[in-house]
Design a protein around this ligand. Structure first.
Ligand code: ADP
Length: 439
């Protein structure tokens, strides 16, 4: 309280005012003192000038019926108010505080020490109240802001939900379109392939060398196109959850050898050695042989496509916990670690340019990823740029098909074949595989 304090004494009794003035002066308080004789004058002066404290005679309060305090309150004029009262009972003191006074002092106790003490404490209490009020005000503001932000977030969330809904609807439409389109295109494509094969048979008449060459091209391109259509069809079925696994007990080594035999001519064209090693005590598995072959053909065609020289190895081996691993290694261009995750996404290729060297739909690995997860297995990838790649697929020897529901069919026994169908439980192509680097 070192600064000069602006103090107002409101009392209609000149003697009482002097008593307060003297006590304050004796207490050594640095002050600028003003004095008024009634509530109206006090209100006028307080409306224009800021005071650090007001000493108010309680008799004025009684006469003006608390008008001064109410006027100050409704005009938002805030000032520490010490009421000087002649009634020495606590009850009236409490009433004064309730009415809005900051503190009160019995007139009989007016002394320099008491007045200075009550002045200091009134100012302290007033400042603390102001700070609390300010903090409260700030809290209310931030609460309002939070409510506004919450409302905004809720609005954005609703918009996102709406957009998500529209997106999944559009995605479903796209999948259905792809499935229908590729299905429809397969029929004329089969006719093109079938008739070009017939044309190449001598019993339908001799073709010139040039004609044979042209029909062979039609046949090869037709087969390639059919393969692409099948990929698109499989992918859209997987996305729409409409692809069935038709599981049965079969010799996995035979299926692996069949797939390798199909790919051998392609490897021979590029002078790549294609080696197979089967290391299984029990070669029987319960799975979908068509899909296992498809997975291997896909991995092998990638290995051949992305390898210019060297070898491709296929290895099948037993793993603990009744699992089987199918491994395809190559000495090809390799894959950078930053692309490990991306290449399992649909339509993703390391080289996405139109002038890329290696053709393809970018669907092979996405299809493998979904199929392997449907089978309850995992894919591991190790690769190093310029050295080669290794794709390892770990599968349970016996896949578990989801419990028979409207979507699944029960096991069917037909002679010595046991088969069963399962709908694809995974619609999205999220990454269930694990990627590692060759260290
Ligand atoms: P596609 O082969 O039709 O492009 P995939 O989904 O089979 O589609 O493969 C995606 C991408 O992953 C390929 O475009 C290629 O960039 C990369 N890739 C896959 N297999 C190999 C491999 N054995 N060696 C190098 N890159 C590969």
């Amino acid at each position: 309280m070192e600064d000069t304090l602006k103090i107002l004494i409101v009392d209609d009794d000149e003697v009482d005012r002097m008593a307060v003035r003297c006590a304050l002066t004796k207490a050594g308080i640095q002050m600028e003192l003003s004095e008024v004789g009634d509530g109206n004058d006090a209100f006028s002066i307080l409306s224009t000038t800021a005071y650090d404290c007001v000493f108010l005679d309680s008799r004025l309060l009684e006469r003006d019926g608390l008008t001064l305090i109410q006027q100050l309150g409704s005009s938002e004029i805030k000032v520490p108010l010490v009421v000087l009262t002649g009634q020495e009972d606590d009850q009236s003191g409490v009433q004064l505080l309730k009415a809005g006074a900051t503190d009160y002092l019995y007139k009989s106790r007016i002394s320099p020490e008491n007045l200075a003490q009550v002045l200091r404490s009134a100012i302290r209490v007033y400042r603390a109240e102001m700070q609390a009020a300010l903090a409260n005000q700030q809290l209310r503001e931030s609460h309002k802001q939070l409510i506004r932000k919450n409302q905004e977030l809720e609005r954005q969330q609703q918009q996102l939900q709406m957009q998500n809904f529209k997106l999944s609807e559009a995605s479903l439409l796209k999948s259905n379109f792809l499935a229908n389109m590729s299905h429809e295109l397969r029929t004329p494509m089969n006719a093109i392939i079938g008739f070009s094969q017939i044309l190449l048979r001598p019993k339908f008449g001799e073709l010139t060398h040039q004609q044979t060459d042209m029909v062979e091209r039609i046949l090869n391109n037709g087969k390639h196109l059919l393969m692409l259509l099948n990929e698109v069809l499989d992918f859209s079925k997987l996305e729409g959850g409409r692809l069935d696994l038709k599981a049965e007990i079969f010799d996995v080594s035979k299926v692996i050898n069949l797939a390798v035999a199909e790919m051998r001519s392609l490897a021979d064209v590029k002078n790549l050695s294609l080696l197979v090693q089967t290391d299984l005590q029990n070669t029987l598995v319960f799975n979908d042989p068509v899909r296992i072959k498809q997975i291997l053909i896909n991995l092998l065609s990638n290995a051949v496509k992305f390898t210019e020289s060297g070898e491709i190895w296929v290895e099948v081996k037993e793993l603990p916990a009744n699992k089987v691993a199918i491994i395809v290694r190559d000495t090809g261009i390799g894959i950078a670690p930053k692309d490990f995750k991306r290449i399992f996404e649909a339509f993703r290729q390391v080289d996405q340019t139109l002038t890329r060297k290696y053709p393809g739909t970018g669907l092979g690995l996405a299809i493998i990823d979904s199929l392997v997860r449907m089978m309850g297995g995992k894919i591991f990838l190790e690769s190093k740029l310029g050295i080669g790649s290794m794709f390892k697929i770990e599968l349970p020897r016996q896949i578990t098909l989801s419990a028979p529901t409207a979507d699944t069919l029960p096991l069917q026994v037909d002679g010595d074949r046991v088969s069963c169908s399962a709908k694809n439980p995974h619609h999205s192509s999220s990454q269930a595989w694990q990627a590692n680097r060759i260290s």
